[in-house]
Ligand binder design. Structure first.
Ligand SMILES: [Zn+2]
Length: 113
């Protein structure tokens, strides 16, 4: 997925929430982003500054909570964090694994004024 489309989605969600609360200004948007999404924080910030210009979110700070990629081994029941390109189970070296965290991408909360 492209960062611009994601950023637009984040802005839309934040604006909709703010409207529901009759907020005048969005101060902060807290995002949860899994490492697997490949989202680059700086790109999202860059696009956000650009597309939020004429909205009540123009001064909002974006906060990113990163979720590491976690996997479960179907062979030995181990749960572990994946790093780099080694996608084998550290306990039994099996490749029979399932990704259980790291695909997250959502607006956790917003702070308004
Ligand atoms: Zn294993």
């Amino acid at each position: 997925m492209h960062e611009l489309a994601i950023t637009q989605g984040v802005l839309d969600i934040a604006l909709e929430h703010a409207k529901n609360f009759n907020a005048n200004k969005i101060m902060r948007i807290n995002l949860v982003v899994g490492e697997m999404t490949g989202i680059v924080d700086e790109c999202v910030r860059f696009y956000f500054d650009f597309i939020s210009k004429d909205t009540i979110a123009s001064e909002a700070t974006l906060s990113f909570e990163r979720v590491p990629i976690k996997a479960y081994c179907r062979d030995c029941d181990a749960t572990f964090t994946l790093s780099g390109l080694d996608w084998r189970c550290p306990s039994c070296q099996s490749c029979n694994i399932e990704v259980i965290a790291g695909r997250e991408l959502y607006v956790e909360s917003i702070e308004v004024e």
